[in-house]
Design a protein around this ligand. Structure first.
Ligand code: GRF
Length: 221
C-alpha cells in the first residue's frame, strides 16, 4: 500500500473546517496524514485543535517580516520542509504572494464561502444578501495567484431564506463547508482530481465542465 497523502493545513481562526477534516480522518474516511497545522495567528483555535490531536504546529508572525513576500517564502519553505504533499487553506485569512505560491499550484486548495466566481474576498454572506440572491453556497478551488480565482473543484448550495441575515446564513452554510472540504480532499487523496492546465479541473481523467456538486456527503459530476 502506498503511504497516505501528507497534508498541511493553514488556518487563521477557530478551525471548524480543520475539525471537520480531523473528524473525517478519525472515522476512517480520509486517508491522509496531517503533518502540520500552520497559522499567522498565535491565538488561532485551529492550533489548539491540532495540539489536541497531536499534530505539529507552526506560528509565524507576519509583522516579523519585511514584507508579504518574505513571510510567504519562509512559510512555504517550512511547509516544503515538513514534507507536505498538499496544502489546505481552511480559513487562512491572508492574500498569498503569487511568486511564493507558484510551486504549489495544483497542490493547494482553499475553501471559500460563496458560489465562486461570485463574491471573491470578504463579507460573502452579506454581499449575497445585498444582491438579493436566491441561493448561496461554498466552493473549494485550486489556489492560483488570483485571489479566490483558481479553478473551482466543487460546490455546495443552499437556499437563502426570507429571514436570513449575515449571521444565520453563515451558520447555516457551515455544515455544508464541513462536508465539502473532506469530500474534496478524499478525492485528492484517492488521486481522482487534478488541476488541468490552464484553468480547468480533471476528475477521473476528464475535464469538468462545471464544479462537482455536494449531495449528502457525496460529490457528483
Ligand atoms: C470558513 O467560512 C471558510 O469558508 C472561510 O473562513 C471560515 C473559516 O472558518 N474561508 P473555520 O476557522 O474553519 O471555522
Amino acid at each position: 500500500m502506498s503511504s497516505p497523502l501528507r497534508i498541511a493545513v493553514l488556518a487563521s481562526g477557530r478551525g471548524s473546517n480543520l475539525a471537520a477534516l480531523l473528524a473525517a480522518h478519525e472515522r476512517g474516511e480520509l486517508p491522509v496524514e496531517f503533518v502540520l497545522v500552520a497559522s499567522d495567528k498565535a491565538n488561532a483555535g485551529a492550533l489548539r485543535l491540532a495540539e489536541a490531536a497531536g499534530i505539529p504546529t507552526l506560528v509565524l508572525n507576519p509583522r516579523a517580516y519585511a514584507d508579504r513576500l518574505a513571510f510567504d517564502l519562509d512559510l512555504f519553505a517550512r511547509l516544503d520542509g515538513c514534507g507536505a504533499d498538499v496544502l489546505v487553506l481552511a480559513g487562512f485569512m491572508r492574500i498569498i504572494d503569487g511568486q511564493a505560491l507558484k510551486p504549489w499550484v495544483g497542490r493547494m486548495i482553499n475553501i471559500h464561502p460563496s458560489l465562486l466566481p461570485k463574491y471573491r474576498g470578504l463579507h460573502t454572506h452579506r454581499r449575497a444578501l445585498e444582491a438579493g440572491d436566491a441561493e448561496h453556497g461554498v466552493s473549494v478551488h485550486y489556489v492560483t495567484a488570483e485571489l479566490d480565482g483558481g479553478p473551482v473543484i466543487a460546490q455546495a448550495r443552499l437556499a437563502i431564506q426570507p429571514g436570513d441575515d449575515e449571521h444565520t446564513l453563515a451558520q447555516r452554510l457551515l455544515p455544508y463547508e464541513h462536508r465539502l472540504l473532506p469530500a474534496v480532499l478524499k478525492l485528492i487523496a484517492d488521486k481522482r482530481l487534478q488541476l488541468a492546465s490552464p484553468d480547468g479541473v480533471a476528475f477521473d481523467g476528464r475535464q469538468l465542465s462545471a464544479p462537482l456538486r455536494l449531495q449528502g456527503d457525496q460529490l457528483i459530476g
